[in-house]
Design a protein around this ligand. Structure first.
Ligand SMILES: Cc1cc2nc3c(=O)[nH]c(=O)nc-3n(C[C@H](O)[C@H](O)[C@H](O)COP(=O)(O)OP(=O)(O)OC[C@H]3O[C@@H](n4cnc5c(N)ncnc54)[C@H](O)[C@@H]3O)c2cc1C
Length: 400
């Protein structure tokens, strides 16, 4: 494996750094720093459009559909620098998830209708996969679509639908045949979220925020032109989509930055005897242990990158990135909350907004630490639970 960057890669890194430094609006960077979950839809769109104008909005798409044509290493550099610059995460549902499904399996009409609007940030999407009772066992989903002339009539419900309240469209897995093996009776539909009979209801998460929703379908009529690919072949497209979901999942750039923040915080917080938390060998040891795990993850990530650059394909071993990336993220969030001590206890959601006109109870670096800690407990659940990822490694990597 060659984990060093070439001169061209380093020049590219400088170009990316300069772009992020110059073009990322300060208010968006600051809001991301305080609480990435509280970056508004408007700010996300503003930033999306800045990147789009630069021509860098779809690093994972082929060039002919508006992608950048970057190498795997360039994509990696972009991800890492992006996270390190405190740039907000763009909505992945269009760019990372449904966009590639549409350009790979969709009709010409679907490509023309949706791809330009995904690239420009004009149309936001959400993901209607999970249902009550069908999460890890996704293929057991029950939302039904029955053909009626030139339309499907959809009935059922989806759950944990992130950002459905901001979305214009939802891509859904629906059951179109109940008589065959469960994977063989699923279809992939594109549905306008304003369709009559479709209702979005909020789920408030443990941190008090609204990111999640339930989506109910009551006789929602969907034109057959919104079926992606073939009827009953949706499972193939669904799996293809999940395979694309892994860009940036290791989150190395973000975690490195959090380690710096924890060390900064620990150097400032003083106990009764006047010593700082950073003087505490146990605390330091725990930060270093996660830091070592992060270095191992970074090299695992680079090893996969080297494989891709050499023409290989990264398969189920990407589950390692998901497991380690999320466990490291959670461990670091816990340490930051611990470093804050009593300041972590008062919890005021309003203080998470950059424009909040409030006197903060604790230090500025503590803003948002508790929200991230609470919210990212879910990181080992969403995108496929870590237990299921371990099953994947056991079966498909270790062949146990
Ligand atoms: C914050 C958040 C955002 C989400 N956003 C979306 C979204 O936008 N769209 C969407 O469609 N879904 C979304 N999800 C749903 C997510 O994909 C599911 O929660 C996840 O797949 C787990 O499914 P489940 O909740 O039904 O849990 P279950 O599948 O019921 O799992 C319960 C427990 O059993 C374990 N388990 C299950 N099967 C196995 C197995 N075979 N081997 C070992 N252990 C197993 C799990 O690991 C877990 O600990 C989101 C979830 C969260 C928490």
């Amino acid at each position: 494996m060659d984990a060093t960057f070439t001169a061209d890669d380093l020049a590219f890194r400088d170009e990316v750094r300069a772009f992020l430094k110059e073009k990322l609006p300060d208010h968006i960077r600051r809001q991301t720093e305080i609480s990435p979950s509280y970056v508004s839809k408007e700010d996300t769109r503003e930033w999306h459009q800045i990147i789009h104008r630069q021509g860098w909005i779809a690093p994972n798409w082929p060039k002919e559909h508006g992608g950048t044509g970057w190498t795997a290493t360039q994509r990696h550099i972009w991800e890492e620098e992006y996270q390190a610059a405190n740039a907000p995460r763009l909505s992945p549902f269009g760019l990372v998830m449904v966009g590639p499904v549409i350009y790979t399996f969709g009709s010409d009409a679907q490509k023309q209708e949706h791809l330009p609007k995904i690239l420009s940030g004009e149309r936001f999407w959400c993901q209607g996969y999970s249902e009550p009772g069908s999460g890890s066992d996704l293929a057991s989903l029950k939302t039904r679509a029955i053909r009626d002339g030139n339309e499907y009539v959809v009935n059922g419900s989806k759950i944990w639908t992130s950002h459905a309240q901001h979305a214009d469209w939802i891509f859904c897995l629906v059951r179109t045949d109940t008589t065959v093996k469960k994977q063989e009776g699923i279809s992939f539909l594109l549905i306008d979220i304003k369709s009559p009979g479709l209702e979005v209801r909020p789920i408030i998460s443990i941190d008090g925020g609204h990111y999640l929703n339930e989506v109910f379908f009551t006789d929602v009529r969907v034109p057959i032109g919104n079926l992606v690919g073939e009827e009953n072949k949706g499972w193939t497209y669904a799996k293809f989509l999940l395979g694309n979901e892994r860009s940036g999942i290791a989150g190395v750039g973000k975690s490195k930055q959090k380690i710096d923040k924890i060390i900064d915080a620990a150097r400032q917080e003083r106990g009764n005897g006047g010593a700082t938390l950073w003087d505490d060998a146990d605390f330091r040891g725990r930060v270093m242990a996660i830091s070592a795990r992060l270095s191992a993850l970074e090299y695992t990530n680079l090893r996969m990158l080297a494989k891709e650059e050499a023409g290989g394909k990264v398969g189920p071993e990407a589950s390692i990135l998901k497991i380690d990336g999320t466990e490291i993220e959670q461990g670091l969030n816990e340490l930051l909350v611990e470093a804050l001590g009593n300041y972590a206890a008062p919890y005021d959601l309003d203080s998470l907004r950059l424009d909040a006109n409030l006197d903060l109870v604790g230090p500025d670096y503590g803003r948002g630490a508790m929200t991230e800690h609470l919210l990212r407990r879910a990181a080992s659940i969403y995108g496929g639970t870590n237990e299921v990822q371990r099953d994947i490694i056991a079966k498909h990597v270790l062949r146990l």
